[in-house]
Design a protein around this ligand. Structure first.
Ligand code: HEC
Length: 110
């Protein structure tokens, strides 16, 4: 047997283990590291720590309740319909929005 034909199945089972770990169990808890991952895409537009200086509003350090309300409104299409935020928040569940609101209210750090 070639060495590579023994390695491939092992890699395959590692890959499916990774998929299983990334399933619903991971979404339920949302530790700080997960909030950091969720927030990673936001800082492209909102700046490091959410403190953008340009046309896109800063979000770092805003009130947690305000952030939660706006993010939920974006997700539910009640705010700025058709904007980039409306489309983006559609992919987030309530737990994730909660984690993002906490994260940026604390200033975009854990
Ligand atoms: C592609 C650029 C882009 C990305 C990525 C992005 N945003 Fe935004 N965000 C915007 C723009 C543009 C607005 C202004 C929208 C409006 O009010 O019409 C905005 C507005 C907001 C507001 C309202 C700010 C205020 O002062 O009321 C919040 C909160 C917000 N974004 C949070 C987030 C979070 C959290 C993420 C990551 C999940 C994120 N944004 C990712 C572009 C972006």
């Amino acid at each position: 047997m070639q060495p590579s034909s023994r390695v491939a199945p092992a890699l395959l089972s590692l890959a499916s283990l990774g998929l299983a770990l990334a399933g619903p169990a991971a979404a339920a808890e949302l530790p700080a590291t997960t909030a950091a991952v969720l927030a990673g895409g936001c800082v492209n537009c909102h700046g490091p720590d959410g403190r953008a200086q340009g046309a896109i509003p800063p979000i770092g350090g805003l009130d947690e309740g305000y952030l939660r309300a706006r993010l939920l409104a974006f997700r539910d299409g009640r705010d700025a319909p058709g904007s980039v935020m409306t489309r983006l928040m559609k992919g987030h569940d309530t737990d994730q929005i909660e984690a993002l609101a906490k994260w940026f209210a604390r200033g975009g750090t854990r």
